[in-house]
Design a protein around this ligand. Structure first.
Ligand code: UD2
Ligand code: MN
Length: 576
């Protein structure tokens, strides 16, 4: 048969017991062994496999992941950092290595000492060896965006892809230079890369930031799948096929390798814990979280099983190219760095796709303490603004939780201009994406996301009665949890809300006004359980002013008094 004739023995289809009975997720019969194969010379076969996999596309067979690694036999066994071992800075080079740290915010000196194509330990879980992938996987364009990347790490990234990807699956490598300032990234890079016909370099005339740089790479890509990688990574053995396999099974699967750690200090390749999911915590901070033991046991999760992730880390993933565009790519209004992983994650899940980490695919990444490039505008403001765009488009009513975690200031349009969102909102409508509520319930049910900080009736400790708003006036009455006019909530933006109206101070009285999150004078300080904190205080006054129950059931604003129980208020429920 075709595959067996290939000199590369690794292309051999795996032996399956009864191939006739295997049906893949697309409903195709997976049947290699019984198929009559066209009579085709080895050279032609290789050519076909290399170019478009036309023949393979019809065959639908399976094989074991190719253990392809040209660094299996490393050139220099004694080299520093070989096999992913920690490298050591010689005594007399310590100063130099420290001085050069800021070129990349990792040990740039050591990176230069270790081979550009070093071997690293194959860290795949044992069970990966049993996994099969299709012969007719789609090919991919690998896209590296970089700005002022260190020479040695950029090269090591590219070599790891060239050396450890089956050639017929690697359509091309696109290097997108996001307007680097370093000289070596110009002619020197062109010359170096010209020895690899698959490598193309795109140069952006203006600094676009990684989000728009990735889109520039995508629009130049000719492969069927886009694979985005950071420019300081090392792909491990067999990294590509398990990713492409998932995309092949379902083009709406967006898949990430396990991101392992290349030490910023000694460049060693470090294995990470299994069963890690990509998650976020408020206010949209990315993090990792292990699947609960209980869940692993109950579902008999194997260490090679794909792991569904509420969000992806952002840097390393494969996505079907046409699906990427169907999703509207990234919001092009996102600048420089940050937040785009949240945007694409919410978009994928809410609009019908899935995000998975594939444990049989592993890529090392240098995590750095600082960005070795400049932000055209303020770094913090750039990231905040990106997040605000994401939140406004995707979070629905849950966006208050985000703003309530220290981002109140983003609501003030005179301070932060988050730009126009019309196209993003239209896209969400066009794609008929589900709500954020759906996402929380179905994709990330373990996230704590109470819509308000507190709610219920508000009990006054002095009067031993509850606050009522009825027929346009406030008064106190016997507490009645079923009475709608006693129901209030304390929101993430610290407003006291009943339906769409909010408690508003006016002189030393209170009135109801339509809620408006952008108005700071509607905010009240209130925390339960601590001295003074059961008070309800106006935030905007220079001296502390508190809500007080009057003797004749009226409500007033008075100077705060820590021991006055008529100034103490309690909601029925507190969530945060
Ligand atoms: C993580 C992601 C990164 C991105 C970022 C949030 C991983 C491993 N990394 O931060 O891919 O999703 O979170 O936005 O998941 N770059 C440019 N132009 C710029 C800035 C950066 O091309 O203006 C390049 C940079 O050279 C690098 C890549 O974009 O190759 C990611 O930047 P990073 O490595 O500083 O981000 P990282 O790993 O801290
Ligand atoms: Mn990175």
């Amino acid at each position: 048969g075709l595959q067996k004739n290939l000199s590369n023995d690794l292309l051999k289809p795996a032996e399956t017991d009864n191939p006739k009975n295997i049906i893949d997720n697309r409903g195709n019969h997976i049947n290699t062994l019984n198929k009559t194969k066209p009579d085709i010379t080895q050279k032609a076969a290789e050519e076909v496999l290399r170019s478009t996999s036309v023949w393979a596309r019809r065959s639908g067979g399976l094989h074991k992941v190719m253990a392809l690694d040209v660094t299996d036999m490393p050139r220099d066994l004694q080299a520093m950092g070989q096999f992913g071992q920690p490298a050591r800075v010689p005594r007399d080079k310590e100063l130099e290595s420290r001085r050069r740290w800021s070129e990349g915010y990792f040990n740039v000196f050591l990176s230069e000492q270790i081979p550009i194509d070093r071997a690293i330990p194959d860290t795949r879980p044992q069970t990966c060896s049993e996994n099969l992938v299709h012969d007719d996987l789609p090919n991919t364009s690998v896209i590296f965006c970089f700005v002022d990347e260190v020479w040695s790490t950029l090269l090591r990234s590219v070599h790891s892809v060239l050396n450890r990807s089956p050639p017929h699956l690697l359509k091309e490598i696109i290097l997108v230079d996001d307007c680097s300032t370093k000289d070596y990234l110009k002619e020197q890079l062109d010359v170096y890369m010209s020895q690899f016909p698959k490598v193309r370099i795109i140069r952006l005339k203006e600094r676009q930031g990684l989000i728009r740089a990735r889109m520039a790479g995508a629009s130049a890509a000719t492969g069927e799948v886009l694979t985005f990688l950071d420019s300081h990574i090392e792909c491990n053995v067999g990294w590509l096929e398990p990713l492409l396999e998932r995309v092949y099974l379902d083009r709406k699967k967006v898949v990430c390798p396990v991101i392992e750690v290349i030490s910023d200090k000694d460049m060693s390749y470090m294995l990470v814990d299994n069963f890690q999911r990509g998650i976020f915590r408020w206010p949209l901070v990315f993090g990792w979280s292990a699947l609960p033991e209980e869940y692993i046991r109950k579902n008999q999760v194997k260490d090679s099983d794909p792991i569904r992730c509420p969000v992806m880390a952002g840097g390393l993933f494969s996505i079907d190219k046409s699906y990427f565009y169907e999703l509207g790519a990234y919001d092009p209004g996102l600048d420089v760095w940050g937040g785009e992983n949240m945007e694409i994650s919410f978009k994928i899940w809410m609009c019908g796709g899935e995000i998975e980490i594939i444990p049989c695919s592993r890529v090392g990444h240098i995590f750095r303490g600082d960005n070795p490039y400049k932000f055209p505008k303020d770094r913090v403001k750039t990231v905040e603004r990106n997040l605000a765009r994401v939140v406004e488009v995707w979070l629905d009513e849950y966006k208050e939780i985000f703003y309530g975690h220290g981002y109140h200031h983003l609501l003030d349009k005179s301070v932060t201009d988050i730009g126009n969102l019309t196209e993003q909102i239209q896209l969400r409508e066009k794609l008929k994406c589900k709500s954020f509520k759906w996402y929380l319930e179905n994709v990330y049910p373990d996230l704590d996301a109470p819509l308000v900080k507190a709610e219920g009736v508000i009990f006054n400790a002095g009067a031993r009665k509850c606050l009522v708003f009825q027929n346009g006036i406030f008064f106190l009455d016997k507490c009645d949890v079923t009475n709608k006019s006693q129901q209030f909530s304390y929101t993430w933006l610290r407003m006291l809300r009943q339906n769409t109206s909010c408690l508003t101070p006016q002189e030393m009285q209170i009135i109801m006004e339509p809620c408006d999150n952008t108005k700071p004078h509607l905010r009240w300080m209130h925390k339960s359980g601590k001295v003074l904190t059961d008070h309800v205080m106006i935030e905007s006054h220079s001296q502390p002013i508190c809500l007080e129950a009057g003797v004749k059931a009226g409500i007033y604003l008075k100077n705060c008094d820590a021991i006055n129980s008529f100034q103490k208020w309690q909601f029925t429920h507190y969530y945060a």
